[in-house]
Design a protein around this ligand. Sequence first.
Ligand SMILES: [Zn+2]
Length: 341
Amino acid sequence: MSTSRDKMRKLKELLHKSENRICADCSSPDPKWASANIGVFICLKCSGIHRSLGTHISKVSLAATRKKKLFDLLDESMIVLSVTLDEWTDDEINSMLEVGGNSYANAIYEAFLPGGYHKPHPDSSQEERADFIRSKYELQEFLKPSLRIVSNKSSLQAMDSRKDIGNASNSYSFKSEAGMVEFIGIIKVKVIRGTKLAVRDILSSDPYVVLTLGQQKAKTKVIKSNLNPVWNEVLTLSVPQKYGPLKLQVYDHDVLSRDDIMGEAEVDLQPMITAAMAFGDPGLLSDMQIGRWLMSRDNALARDSAVSVVGGRVKQEVSLRLQNVECGEVDLELEWIALNQ
Ligand SMILES: [Zn+2]
């Protein structure tokens, strides 16, 4: 048995402890998500809010304390992972095991919860949830005062956003520098492979993929000297209520100069999201096709792309012909997770 398998088993054991059978933030039963850097198990609704904290929590520093490890991890953006999928890195599993689950994390993050304070409950609105989660982790209002991190602009922004939190029932909101953003779901993009990519260095290229959705960006690792790279890497993005196309760009990593672009393409997310919304909870559906994004002269599809329910999940395989470049295709697999499921 490999060590990472062993760790995954330990993680599952941790998940099965009674304290971790309810969401650390709202007490919903059977949480399926975890914030790997904070070390808590959380429900789907709360996981969306955790994810939205990511772009905000910047440059956190703290004098050495016993709990330093916990805060070191906040330096990175929030990592929210599904406990049912084996996509965890060793570091993420380690940090989860190190914190030790909900009771331990809450003993720190809720140490100074004021008497009479009402934590969110499973039926709380997204606004109540967002308010609490930001107070708890970002502003750290309930932390022992000596452990509190003096954060910079994020506290002010958060204070500001409370007044503005909207009234959408199935989305949550927060105010970023760019203004109000409301998310309706999460899209997981598995960047599978590139085929016949363009040559940018002398004989080959060192390609990587950048995905952009609204203000968010995510990128894959660089694969050295390969025109048919296999990434098999899952990138996760939150989908705002007013979403545009998912933009994909392939670059050639260049140590000496600016990275060269090796083509781009856009993915229309609408066929998948509208089909998923029309069909409702995919967990209740048997495997079937629910929608289709058709190849046309105006889009980058290499062939028609079906939206399907597979094992209770909404998925779509997409093959893209890269645009503004001499050649190259990229294969993706998308998965849609609605926040109101
Ligand atoms: Zn929750």
